[in-house]
Design a protein around this ligand. Sequence first.
Ligand SMILES: [Zn+2]
Length: 378
Amino acid sequence: MSDPYTDLYGRRVHAVERTATVGQEPIRLTGVLLPPAEPYGARRLHVDQAAVIEVETVDWILTDERTAAGRKADRRVQECPAGRPVYRYGDLPAHQLATDTMLRRMRRRRRDGQAPIASYMLNKGYAPLYAVADAEELPPLSPVRQEAWDRARTCALCGATRSAGAPYGLGHDQQRYCEPCQEPAAERFFRAQHAERREAAAAWAREVLADPGAPLLVVARPWYPSLHLMYANLAGEVLFDHRLQPSWNDREPDSVQPPAPGTPCYVDAVDVAPQLRDVLTARRLIVWDYELDHLEHFLSDAVAGTVTLPIRDGDRFARHWSGWLGERDLSGPTAYRHNVRFRRPRWPDTPAETIATMCEGLRQMSQSSASGESGEGA
Ligand SMILES: [Zn+2]
């Protein structure tokens, strides 16, 4: 009951042998202190990179590996609510202490009644840590399960294997890769995606260009409080290019700031909205991405009713264009490990450039793989 070392169970300790002979160099060991295996047994030390030995008080002096000052200086939590010492990802002596999951990865499980002697800090709460030395070996796996075990620990790219421990990480294609192969595997996955999306983009562009309904290329840029609306036919011929003035804004905009030569002039939204609604709702619209939400609000305001433009999700140019260009987005705030994100194409500076980019992009994509094309012309 009055074991002076109870507080050290589960902790990393230094053990110094008490020597009988003066002047003789004592044996010094470091490891994790384990409680006795059975009642009234000796407490034990799982020595680093070595076996478990019994450390009787008469033979050994045990001290915490961390000095009192060191423990005081460390402001992190050092004991879990149950009073056990706390380990973290960086300082866990994984050969001596393990959670249930870690034990299973070593093909072990804790014995009946084996109590935890430390805690592992998780994002939320703690997982109990058990002495690895006291856990029992699991029976060998069946051949089928052994195969699955090995497969999860075999790299699908270089064939590296590990016999124990966590399975290799999943790649984007749901195959498992060793850490050095994760990036090459991600790159390979991205290239395959790119090939697919390039095909899809080409098919879309051809379909749009062949549409007998003559779709319109539409750009709307909010220019508070006005909205710059430009639309063009597929040949890039601009059919409408004005800044729409909201009905509630009764200032004379051009008198406030006269437009520079070449910039579109203002029109009152209420005057043109019915006509715009009729044109835009009757045609298929090719848009850059999401910017036409503003236009819908604007027109709805001007005609005092709901205007819903017939924008198909598949007719957002930028998505096909990014898939066709196939640049991996490895920079900026979207970068993360082994990502396979497609870089979004830069939004051109002006509506006129946007129309021109969409026009040219459609042309390039439709001509991208000439192989399927040749048969059709004949
Ligand atoms: Zn590998």
